[in-house]
Design a protein around this ligand. Structure first.
Ligand code: MD3
Ligand code: FE
Length: 212
């Protein structure tokens, strides 16, 4: 028995319903514990001065929203060292990559928290090390809570786009030729989270290699 595995584009593999409700609950609780602690959630301000429409938490390394570089401490926010990346989190990402026929050794997990108005504009993820990008080492995404309207395009901003609903417990692995595709989140489908998670909105975890 294995969960379904849908290759949306070469190297872009959707794993619907990969995580059990119990596995989801453990991740949600752990993220909320860190997020509500002293090195908790913040709203990044990007280059140009705009605020992002998500709350963020970087584990293992910090992604600086001003410089688009990874660093040890939250220099664009409160100067605190990034909380460690829990090994149980990384283990989930490694399992998902394996189910998609890929491999990564994550050194960072970026947790995005979307409330009802949360969204993320179209962008590429290319701040990781050049060798990681060139080799197509995947980013692994874990969705928890409300379903997201995830938008995926091509290698240029104007390419055709598709909408893929990402539901709670879904994995998505973006490696190989899909590693540099443009993507974003158009919004949430409100009140679609499993009630048992006690999560208002959505958490997305992205695991990355090459932030060190
Ligand atoms: C496709 N997060 O954190 S995850 C991000 O749902 C980000 O919070 C979105 O985009 C979210 O950078 C989407 C799915 C994702 C992540 C990385 C990708 C899709 C990707 C890299 C290349 C192509
Ligand atoms: Fe992204």
């Amino acid at each position: 028995m294995s969960a379904p595995c849908l290759e949306v584009y070469p190297g872009a593999v959707h794993l619907p319903g990969f995580l059990s409700l119990d596995e989801q609950r453990v991740l949600v609780e752990h993220c909320q514990d860190i997020g509500n602690g002293p090195t908790g959630w913040y709203v990044p301000t990007v280059r140009g001065g705009g605020k992002m429409r998500v709350r963020m938490l970087c584990l293992g390394r910090h992604w600086n929203a001003r410089t688009y570089r990874y660093e040890a401490s939250r220099r664009d926010h409160d100067g605190r060292p990034a909380p460690p990346l829990p090994p149980q989190f990384s283990a989930v990402a490694v399992r998902m990559a394996e189910a998609a026929g890929m491999r990564l050794t994550p050194d960072v997990c970026i947790v995005n928290y979307y409330d009802a108005a949360g969204k993320m504009g179209l962008h590429q993820d290319k701040d990781e090390r050049p060798d990681t990008l060139a080799l197509g080492v995947p980013i692994v995404s874990v969705s928890l809570g409300d379903t997201a309207k995830f938008i995926i395009g091509g290698l240029t901003r104007k390419d055709a786009k598709a909408m893929v609903p990402l539901a709670s417990g879904d994995g998505f692995v973006f490696g190989g030729l899909s590693r540099l595709r443009y993507h974003g989140v158009a919004g949430l489908l409100p009140r679609t989270a499993p009630r048992e998670l006690h999560l208002d909105g959505r958490l997305n975890l992205t695991f990355r290699q090459g932030a060190a």
